[in-house]
Write a protein that binds this ligand. Structure first.
Ligand code: MN
Length: 432
């Protein structure tokens, strides 16, 4: 009994290294040569067509709202149903894909599987708004020290989950090429700025989360209800032009240094799948202030964190030509974030700002306390002062044309199958 419990008849879903075992079931939007964009779920090396499952009556009795959700070209409608819609869907998918499924059911479902290598993934949602936070104390301190050595952390940091409104229109899916931006910048010793090609191009390793049910304009979302408004997570690479950023960021924060492109991974890992990997929120030092009451609760402190390992890998053009494998640059963990996802969400809505299904909020660069766990090159090379060595002998201060950045994320815990996020890839191409 224990042997088959939790395993799938899709053999590749039982491989210990797969990102997509039966316990994960992340949702996304895919198409094939013959099928238009549609809702799918990843299982092992396959994608199950939920649109067709629904049409064939495999997902329960058809209601008007489910029809809209499962035949849509984005996940927005499914997301708007809130977390309560996800639980029964996951339960049914587990039945359908379990090693214990009846053979007739299995035969029906098997026809609706597509090999991952034969599908094209698309953005999971139509993202109306995108907000990026700055939730890692380590990142904020490291970056602050580079720009303001005497005063790295501004006085608001431990009170407010700092964020800025990003740009939804330039969010692209994993695999899209990233054109090196041009913009205004000023060297510290130069008298005047110039408009030029960015040379200090960087990645930022982040976790993103999609809003499920939104809130009405003028209403807030209390902290202990915040997670009910989070549908699931993806990986985010917040590409950043540091030379443009240094010149433009004061006084209103990031603008063109960030909004030329943001890459996300295609699969949305639901909060339900992440349940076994919840951990206490970041433990504040005894010298730190407690969060203000609207950002503080026992359940947030006890289980607001997520034990999610996040890695950055790099493959340069020369490495690929020399047939060298990508190299891992860093390995961090989302549990090192100073603010929880719930605190970021509650703060965002605390003034009555309405969040809508499919909106994307991102954590900001996930950095840990060690040099091996920092989530961008700005920190790792100390703004270029300490370049890193790549296999094959190249050095990197910042990204070069042809560099591919690969983000990976996964959760593992003794006694539970490992679940993963898939990959978030992007390759830098020259400015035109
Ligand atoms: Mn960022």
């Amino acid at each position: 009994m224990a042997v088959t419990m939790g395993t799938s008849w899709v053999e590749s879903a039982n491989d210990g290294d797969t990102d997509f075992p039966l316990q994960n079931l992340p949702l996304g939007i895919f198409s094939t040569a013959d099928l238009d964009r549609r809702v799918g779920v990843a299982i092992g090396d396959y994608v199950l067509d939920l649109h067709s499952c629904f049409e064939q009556g495999l997902l329960g009795s058809p209601s008007a709202s489910l029809l809209k959700a499962y035949t849509s070209h984005t996940l927005n409608i499914l997301m708007s149903g809130g977390r309560k819609a996800v639980k029964p869907l996951r339960a049914r998918l587990k039945e359908m894909l379990s090693a214990e499924a009846a053979s007739e059911l299995r035969d029906e479902v098997e026809k609706l599987l597509h090999s991952s290598s034969e599908v094209t993934m698309h953005l999971p949602a139509e993202i109306g708004d995108y907000t990026d936070f700055y939730a890692s104390l380590y990142h904020a301190t490291n970056v602050g020290r580079l720009f303001r050595p005497d005063n790295p952390l501004l006085p608001n940091y431990k009170y407010i989950p700092i964020g800025y409104h990003g740009r939804a229109s330039s969010i692209v899916l994993s695999g899209a090429q990233i054109k090196r931006p041009r913009g205004q910048m000023k060297a510290p010793d130069a008298e005047h700025p110039v408009f030029a090609t960015s040379r200090l191009l960087d990645y930022e390793l982040e976790a993103g989360f999609f809003i499920s049910e939104g809130n009405q304009l003028g209403t807030d979302i209390p902290l202990d209800k915040a997670e009910a408004h989070i549908f699931g997570l993806c990986l985010v690479n917040d590409w950043s032009a540091r030379d443009m950023q240094a010149w433009e960021y004061q006084p209103l924060g990031p603008f063109l240094a960030k909004n030329f492109a943001t890459t996300i991974s295609p699969w949305v890992v639901t909060m339900e799948a992440l349940e076994p990997f919840r951990v206490p929120a970041f433990e504040r030092s005894a010298y730190d202030p407690q969060p203000l009451p609207y950002l503080d609760s026992t359940s947030n402190s006890q289980q607001g964190g997520i034990d999610l390992t996040l890695e950055v890998w790099l493959s340069s053009q020369r490495m690929r030509e020399a047939k060298l494998e990508p190299v891992r640059l860093s390995k961090g963990n989302a549990r090192d974030l100073y603010w929880t996802l719930a605190q970021m969400l509650t703060h965002h809505a605390s003034n009555g700002c309405n969040l809508r299904p499919g909106d994307l909020l991102a954590s900001g660069t996930v950095s840990g306390p060690s040099r091996e766990s920092v989530g961008c090159l700005l920190e790792m090379t100390r703004r270029g002062a300490e370049p890193i060595e790549l296999p094959g002998g190249e050095q990197r201060r910042f990204l070069e044309d042809g560099d591919e950045i690969i983000l990976r994320g996964y959760c593992q815990r003794e006694g539970y199958p490992r679940i993963g996020f898939g990959e978030c890839r992007g390759t830098i191409v020259p400015a035109s």
